[in-house]
Design a binder for this molecule. Structure first.
Ligand code: FES
Length: 371
């Protein structure tokens, strides 16, 4: 997630609100990934430019739930890695060239004594295999083993933890990954925290044993099979201490349920990160054409242009599906787009760049793409 552009407000509206403006300023000041002014320089390793690729090697791999593997990534020469804060993610380039974003689920305090406060010995990510995904998770599960080399960008953080005195963490399945470092930090700082981790069944909950060991009284594991279905927003928020800040990461229905129940709950604020695309809620049907004389594909009101395009062009790359990474960029030849991304500058848009994972067009419009 790109901190240089404020993300949408807490309720997904495409404008920055006061909280996110604060958050962006906070990230600029404190995020080591951005080289903020409080970051102390390690004399053993000069700062590299934020865009410089990190060379990494897989040093460990373990299964942490059904269809979830955790990888530890390190510098091939054993050197320290750039530091990060809870909520940060890595943009990985896989051996195939696919780019994917994964939250860091290790402990930023890792090896602080040896490497200094700004650098770490290894990054941990956890990846669930998605049978209907674009192949990134399958590639990781099937081909990444200790010794595999890959590259990444320095960690970036669009889901910063503000360490409020009272906190409720809500994790849906693999959504535990950005929250796990926050939970450790909350525990270390003596905050009044609780965690609800939900999933279909016990074997689908990553890191369940590790979480229970942190504090069994504050960790609530909740599975659909034991309770007859997914939790309601009210049920999830019932664990919030009064005035708590809620940090939520999970599938779209979970986020929607929490947003709707927030006002009637004891919680005071909501910070969230979704995985995958947000549901299209205000779309109109339009058409994309592949080249000036190519086939026309109708885009329904409730689907993204990217999803429709990938049915015709399965190799079309993508990563975040949220309009911030730029991986899915295509060139617009004609038509009037409704740009909904958070990445392209007005100049790039004027030059024909379009991110079809989120950008659309008005009803009846046809966008001609250079595909
Ligand atoms: S997939 Fe990331 S911007 Fe479209």
């Amino acid at each position: 997630m790109d901190l240089s552009t404020p993300p949408p407000d807490l309720y997904g509206r495409p404008r920055a609100d006061t909280f996110f403006r604060f958050l962006t300023a906070f990230g600029d000041r404190y995020s080591p990934a951005l080289g903020g002014p409080l970051l102390r320089r390690n004399p053993r390793r000069p700062f590299s430019r934020p865009t410089e690729a990190l060379q990494l090697v897989v040093t460990a791999r373990r299964r942490v739930a059904a269809d979830v593997v955790e990888l530890t990534l390190a510098d091939p020469s054993g050197g320290p890695l750039p530091g990060w804060q809870p909520g940060a993610h890595l943009r990985l380039t896989l051996p195939s060239g696919r780019e994917r974003h994964y939250s860091l689920c290790g402990d930023p305090a890792d090896q602080a004594d040896q490497a200094g406060p700004a650098e770490r010995s290894g990054y941990r990510i956890a990846v669930r295999r998605l049978p209907d995904g674009g192949g990134g998770s399958a590639e990781i599960h099937d081909t990444l083993h200790p010794g595999t080399r890959l590259t990444a960008r320095r960690p970036r953080n669009g889901f910063a933890f503000c360490a409020e005195p009272a906190v409720l963490f809500l994790a849906g399945g693999i959504g535990i990954t950005p929250l796990l470092p926050m939970v450790r930090e909350a525990r270390r700082n003596g905050l009044d925290w609780h965690l609800v981790h939900t999933g279909r069944s016990a074997d689908t909950l990553p890191f369940a044993a590790e979480l229970r060991a942190l504090d069994p009284a504050r960790v609530h594991l909740r599975t659909d099979d034991e309770h007859g279905g997914p939790p309601t927003g009210t049920e999830l928020l019932a664990h919030a201490p009064r005035g708590a800040a809620v940090y939520c990461c999970g599938p779209a229905p979970m986020l929607t349920a929490v947003q709707r129940a927030l006002d009637a709950s004891p919680a005071a604020s909501l910070h969230f990160e979704r995985f995958g695309a947000a549901p299209v809620t205000d779309g109109e049907p339009f058409t994309v054409r592949l080249g000036a004389d190519g086939p026309e594909l109708p885009v329904p009101a409730d689907r993204s242009a990217l999803d429709v395009l990938r049915e015709a062009r399965p190799d079309l790359p993508y990563s975040c599906k949220q309009g911030f990474c730029g991986t899915c960029e295509v060139r617009l030849l004609a038509g009037a787009p409704d740009h909904r991304d958070r990445r392209l500058t007005p100049e790039r848009r004027a030059d024909g760049a379009l991110l079809p994972c989120v950008s659309r067009a008005a009803a009846g419009e046809t966008l001609v793409l250079d595909l």
